[in-house]
Design a protein around this ligand. Structure first.
Ligand code: ATP
Ligand code: MG
Length: 395
C-alpha cells in the first residue's frame, strides 16, 4: 500500500448513542451516501464503527465528495487525508506532503493510536510529526489557539494523516424514522419544516394544494422547484399536486368568509392524511409556528388538527420566530424560491382578517352541511403524482 488520498467521514455523534440500533443507523447513512455519490465513481468503505473512508482518485473527486456528502444526514465531519502504511516514516512523509499544501502560522498535532500494538506512543507521534512540520513550514506549535490541526490516526493495518475538517449536515439518516407527509405550500415555512423532519430521519412525501386554474399556477411551479431542491437530502421524492379549487367552491357555499381558512386547512389535512396511507406515513408535518398568523392561534391550530383522525401532526417550527425560520431557509437554499410572489389557494375568498377563534364545535357544525368524505375522496382521486430523483439518473 502506497500513499493514497482519501476522504475521511465521521458519522453524527448521536448515532453513537443508539445502542443495539447503531448498526442500522450506520448502514442507512452509508447507503444514503452511496446513493448520493451515484455517477461520481466514488466508493465508500466502512472503517471503524463510526467512520468511513472514500478513496479519491483526483482533486475533482474531492470536490464531488464534498458537495454530495453535504446532503447526507447522519454524517458529521469530512476531512481530506492521506492513507499510508502504519509506519512512522510513512506517517512523517504524509504529514510533510499534506502541510506543504497550505500556508499557516500555527498548528498542533493530535495522534489517535487506536492500534495499541503500534510501537510508538501518541505523545511521541505528536512530537515527531510536530518537529518535522515545524522545520518544514516554519509554523509554530500552539496547542490551544492553532490555525490548523494535523490528525494522525493509527489503525491496525493503516494510518491516516489529515488536516482540517468540514462540518457536514449532522442529523439522523433519512429512512430510519419512517415516512411522513409534509404539507408544502409555496411559502417560507413548510420547506424548512420538511427539511427538519428529514434531518430527524424521516422520508418525506410532499403534498401541495393549489387553486389553478382559478389563480395562476405559480404556487404549483414553486412547490415543484422546492421539492426538486429538497430531494437532494433524500435522493428520491414524491410530490402530490392536489387541485383544490372545486373543493373550495363547495366550502364557500356554506361557510362564512371569516371561517374559511380554517375549514380549507381541515380539508387539506384530511386529504394529506388519506394520501399518506399508500405510503404507510406515520405523521403529518406542517410549517405552522404558534401565533405567526391568524390561522395559527392556539384555538385554530387545535381546530385544524382535530380534523386528522389517526396521525400525529409534527410542527417542527412551532417555537421558532420568523427571523430564525428565514435564516434557516436561506441556509438550506429554499428562500429564493419561497419569496417568488404567488397566490396561495388559502387567500381565495377569504377576508383580510379571518377569525382567530374557530372552535372545533363550530367547524364541525359548518361541515355538517358538506359531504366531507366525498370531498376528501375527490381530492385524493384528482391528485397529480410527480417523482424526483437526485442525483438524476444517468441516461
Ligand atoms: P408557509 O410559509 O409554509 O406557507 P405560513 O406561515 O404561510 O406557512 P400558513 O399559510 O398559515 O402558514 O400555513 C400553515 C401550514 O399549512 C403551512 O406551513 C403548510 O404546512 C400548510 N399549508 C398551507 N397552505 C398550503 C398549501 N397550499 N398546500 C399545502 N400545504 C399548505
Ligand atoms: Mg403560507
Amino acid at each position: 500500500m502506497g500513499v493514497e488520498q482519501v476522504g475521511l467521514l465521521r458519522l453524527f455523534h448521536e448515532i453513537f448513542l443508539k445502542g443495539g440500533n447503531r448498526s442500522l443507523f450506520v448502514r442507512q447513512a452509508l447507503h444514503n451516501l452511496r446513493r448520493a455519490l451515484q455517477g461520481t465513481g466514488l466508493q465508500v468503505y466502512p472503517l471503524t464503527p463510526l467512520t468511513a473512508v472514500v478513496p479519491l482518485p483526483s482533486d475533482a473527486h474531492w470536490e464531488a465528495l464534498r458537495q454530495r456528502a453535504s446532503f447526507v444526514f447522519g454524517l458529521e465531519l469530512l476531512s481530506r487525508a492521506y492513507r499510508v502504511p502504519p509506519r512512522m516514516d510513512a506517517i512523517l512523509e504524509a504529514a510533510e506532503r499534506l502541510t506543504a499544501q497550505r500556508r499557516f502560522a500555527s498548528f498542533r498535532v493530535t495522534a489517535k493510536r487506536q492500534d495499541k500494538s503500534f510501537p510508538i506512543l501518541s505523545p511521541d507521534i505528536e512530537r515527531q510529526v510536530g518537529a518535522l512540520v515545524q522545520t518544514k513550514t516554519g509554523a509554530r506549535v500552539d496547542l490551544e489557539n492553532y490555525e490548523v490541526e494535523v490528525v494522525v490516526t493509527v489503525l491496525p493495518r493503516q494510518a491516516f494523516v489529515s488536516m482540517g475538517e468540514e462540518r457536514l449536515a449532522g442529523g439522523i439518516p433519512v429512512g430510519v424514522s419512517g415516512t411522513v407527509v409534509a404539507l408544502l405550500s409555496g411559502g417560507i415555512d413548510s420547506p424548512v419544516a420538511s427539511w427538519r423532519a428529514m434531518r430527524r430521519g424521516c422520508r418525506v412525501v410532499f403534498v401541495h394544494f393549489h387553486s389553478f386554474p382559478l389563480v395562476e399556477g405559480t404556487s404549483r411551479e414553486k412547490a415543484q422547484d422546492l421539492v426538486r431542491l429538497l430531494t437532494r437530502w433524500q435522493n428520491h421524492s414524491i410530490l402530490y399536486l392536489v387541485p383544490f379549487a372545486e373543493i373550495q367552491k363547495r366550502i364557500i357555499l356554506t361557510v362564512p368568509p371569516s371561517h374559511r381558512v380554517v375549514l380549507y386547512r381541515r380539508f387539506m389535512f384530511r386529504i394529506a392524511e388519506a394520501l399518506g396511507q399508500a405510503h404507510r406515513a406515520g405523521a403529518l408535518v406542517t410549517g405552522e409556528s404558534l401565533a405567526q398568523v391568524a390561522s395559527q392561534t392556539l384555538t385554530n391550530i387545535t381546530t385544524i388538527g382535530a380534523a386528522v383522525q389517526r396521525l400525529p401532526i409534527f410542527r417542527p417550527l412551532i417555537g421558532m420566530d420568523k427571523q430564525e425560520i428565514i435564516a434557516q431557509a436561506k441556509q438550506i437554499g429554499t428562500y429564493p424560491i419561497s419569496i417568488i410572489p404567488d397566490q396561495d389557494c388559502c387567500s381565495l375568498f377569504v377576508p383580510r382578517h379571518p377569525s382567530t377563534q374557530v372552535t372545533v364545535a363550530e367547524a364541525e357544525r359548518l361541515e355538517a352541511g358538506l359531504d366531507v368524505h366525498a370531498l376528501v375522496q375527490e381530492g385524493v382521486r384528482s391528485a397529480e403524482r410527480k417523482e424526483y430523483t437526485w442525483p438524476e439518473e444517468e441516461p
